[in-house]
Structures are given as structure tokens and as C-alpha cells.
Design a protein around this ligand. Structure first.
Ligand SMILES: CCCCCCCCC/C=C/C(=O)SCCNC(=O)CCNC(=O)[C@H](O)C(C)(C)COP(=O)(O)OP(=O)(O)OC[C@H]1O[C@@H](n2cnc3c(N)ncnc32)[C@H](O)[C@@H]1OP(=O)(O)O
Ligand SMILES: NC(=O)C1=CN([C@@H]2O[C@H](COP(=O)(O)OP(=O)(O)OC[C@H]3O[C@@H](n4cnc5c(N)ncnc54)[C@H](OP(=O)(O)O)[C@@H]3O)[C@@H](O)[C@H]2O)C=CC1
Length: 279
């Protein structure tokens, strides 16, 4: 039973979720399966993938070890899904990440590592699924998880560049592959309180994160997963080439409004005094 959508909404669909062994990817896999989809989770480590599948009560989940940066692994893994299921309706490019470091300290290898994971991995997966399954099969949907704020991610130059690249990829392919009925979108989350976010980054960054969001709280993996489900459903059939930002307005403004310095003497938002008419 799904909390938001009707039972059986995605019956018969076959979906791949990369990075499905943890965080947003795991919750997305569980939500898709709860709506009837058969989900195949990809990741480098088998154990977390198997754990995700154990959390899917219907058993409609399968773990495939695949490093999305390696084209031979991607080809073999996608071929395997196709051989077992005969179709792929949905690809969720969720695997990704970065390390937080000032730009001047990022080495060529470090930059390449993040670009290869986020941008090249997303390209390899999207190209393999499209050419092997969606183009011959008459269509499909791709959802790629990126990141806000779109004004730039200081401390994450490599990731910022790669996420912009992914959004551009989705937009461009939505034009080229419209003739194959493939619909491609990006979901750009703000800060989501996953285990990795809460444990990987410096404490100052994590503890101060909610304060930087106009809504003053972090997002949840479910809020991202439900948008994936909506796009996968008939409600998403005409949505393509879009970037859907889910971030508590972090893309628009840093912190609560009004900031302390803009409060009036009464503690309310400062307001300009209206001049008398005629002056
Ligand atoms: C912000 C404002 C908006 C704020 C608002 C926005 C906030 C959004 C918050 C976002 C949160 C998330 O995305 S949370 C989810 C994040 N999840 C992840 O990152 C999971 C996936 N990440 C990873 O696997 C790793 O972090 C990643 C480095 C990307 C890839 O790992 P690999 O095992 O492939 O690579 P490694 O062998 O570890 O490292 C390869 C090289 O990378 C470099 N490298 C790796 N870690 C490094 C480090 N900590 N510091 C320096 N350099 C490092 C070195 O050059 C390494 O080479 P050597 O020197 O030779 O070792
Ligand atoms: N949490 C947040 O605040 C935000 C997250 N995002 C993005 O959303 C996505 C999910 O984030 P979140 O759930 O927090 O992070 P996690 O670290 O939990 O998820 C990342 C997943 O990607 C998998 N992965 C990493 N590298 C590879 C690879 N080379 N091949 C295949 N799988 C790989 C990991 O599994 P394994 O290590 O086993 O391969 C892991 O399951 C990421 O792209 C993240 O950057 C975007 C905005 C905000």
C-alpha cells in the first residue's frame, strides 16, 4: 500500500534505480515497487543492494552489482535486465556524489573522479538503456537526480559542473529522443537528510544546513521518491526536458526571510513608510 498513490499505478513497469542500496535510491526503489513496478537496483556493493530488496515486501526487487563508470559493466548489467525482463520502462540515475573541498585543493584526479561518476556514469547508463531497450521498445522515461542551488555549489565545484552537465544532457536528449517517445527529466533536490549527508560531511556543514533553507528544514528521501513515482506514472507522460527543483526554496534564497538585519524595531519585517500623495 502506498501512502500517496493508488495501488497498481506502475503495474508491469520495469525500472532500474542506480545507487539503490542507500538513501534516496533505496527509498525510491521501495516506493516504485510498492506501486507495482519490478525494480532492479544497481550499485558497487552487493550487501546494501540486497538489503534494499529485503525491504520490498512484494519481492519485486533484484540487486545487480555494477559500477556505472565502467562501460563494460554497464553494458553487461543492462543486457542482463533486458534478457530477464524483456523491457526497461524507467531509468532513475540516482548514483552520484562528491567530496567537499575548496576548488584550489581539488586535484585533476579528484575532479575527474566526480565528473566520471556523476556525468559520465549518467551518460553511460542513459545511452545503454535507451539504445538497448527504450528505442527498440518504443519509448520510456529517464529521471536523473541532480542538485541545487543552481547558482553554484561552493566547495563542490566538480559536482556543480557535473550536475549542470546532467541537466543539459536531459534537456538535449528530451529534444533528440522525443521521436522515440523517451521522456527525460532531472529532479534537483536541495539538502536531504540521508545517512550519507548526515555522516560524510564536516559537522559545521551538516549542523548549519537547515538554517540555510528558507523552509528551515531538510528534505526527506520520500519527497524525492514520490516525484519520481509521479513522473513514472501517466501524470508524467507530457513532462520532458524539465528540471524539477525540490529544495524548500534554497535555490531562491539563503536562510529564513526576513534575516535578522532586516527586522523592524517591532520585530516584524521592515516596511517602507508610505509617502503622502502628491509629493
Ligand atoms: C555547497 C553549498 C550548497 C549547499 C546545498 C547543497 C548541499 C547538498 C549536499 C549534498 C549531499 C549529497 O550529495 S549526499 C550523497 C553523497 N554521496 C556520495 O558522495 C556517495 C558517492 N561518493 C563516493 O563514492 C566518493 O565520495 C567519491 C570521491 C565521489 C568517489 O569515490 P571513489 O572510491 O571512486 O574514489 P576515491 O578512490 O575515494 O577517490 C578518488 C580521488 O578523488 C579525490 N578525493 C576523494 N575524496 C577526497 C577528499 N575527501 N578530499 C580531497 N580529495 C578527495 C582524490 O584525488 C582521490 O584520489 P587519491 O588521492 O589517489 O586517493
Ligand atoms: N542527500 C542530499 O542532500 C542530496 C543528494 N543528492 C544526490 O542524490 C543522490 C543520492 O544521494 P544520497 O542518497 O544522499 O547518497 P548515498 O551516498 O546514500 O547514495 C549514493 C549511492 O550511489 C551508489 N554509487 C556511488 N558510486 C557508484 C558507482 N560508481 N556506480 C554505481 N553506484 C554508485 C552508492 O552505492 P555504492 O557505494 O555501493 O556503489 C550509493 O548507494 C546522489 O547523486 C547525491 O549526490 C542531491 C542533492 C542533495
Amino acid at each position: 500500500m502506498n501512502e500517496i498513490f493508488r495501488d497498481g499505478l506502475l503495474d508491469g513497469q520495469v525500472a532500474i534505480v542506480t545507487g539503490g542500496g542507500s538513501g534516496i535510491g533505496r527509498v525510491t526503489a521501495i516506493e516504485l515497487a510498492s506501486l507495482g513496478a519490478h525494480v532492479v537496483v544497481f550499485g558497487r556493493r552487493e550487501e546494501p543492494l540486497t538489503e534494499t530488496c529485503a525491504l520490498v515486501p512484494s519481492g519485486r526487487c533484484e540487486a545487480v552489482v555494477c559500477d556505472i563508470r565502467e562501460e563494460d559493466e554497464v553494458d553487461a548489467a543492462v543486457d542482463g535486465v533486458l534478457a530477464r525482463h524483456g523491457r526497461i520502462d524507467l531509468l532513475v540515475n540516482n548514483a552520484g556524489g562528491q567530496f567537499l573541498t575548496p576548488a584550489e585543493l581539488i586535484t585533476p584526479k579528484g575532479f575527474r573522479t566526480v565528473i566520471r561518476l556523476n556525468l559520465e556514469g549518467t551518460w553511460l547508463m542513459t545511452h545503454a538503456v535507451a539504445t538497448k531497450a527504450m528505442i527498440p521498445g518504443g519509448g520510456g522515461k529517464v529521471v536523473s537526480i541532480t542538485m541545487t542551488p543552481h547558482t553554484g555549489l561552493p566547495g563542490m565545484t566538480h559536482s556543480s559542473a557535473s550536475r549542470a552537465g546532467i541537466e543539459s544532457l536531459m534537456k538535449t536528449l528530451s529534444i533528440e529522443w522525443a521521436r522515440f517517445d523517451i521522456r527525460l527529466n532531472a529532479i534537483a533536490p536541495g539538502i536531504v537528510g540521508t545517512d550519507t549527508f548526515l555522516t560524510k560531511y564536516p559537522s559545521q556543514f551538516v549542523e548549519g544546513a537547515a538554517e540555510t533553507v528558507p523552509l528551515q528544514r531538510l528534505g526527506t528521501p520520500e519527497q524525492i521518491a514520490w516525484m519520481v513515482c509521479q513522473l513514472a506514472s501517466p501524470a508524467g507522460d507530457y513532462t520532458t526536458g524539465s528540471v524539477i527543483t525540490i529544495d524548500g526554496a534554497r535555490d531562491n534564497h539563503i536562510g529564513a526571510w526576513p534575516p535578522e538585519r532586516e527586522l523592524g524595531p517591532d520585530g516584524k519585517p521592515a516596511q517602507e513608510v508610505r509617502r503622502p500623495r502628491g509629493r
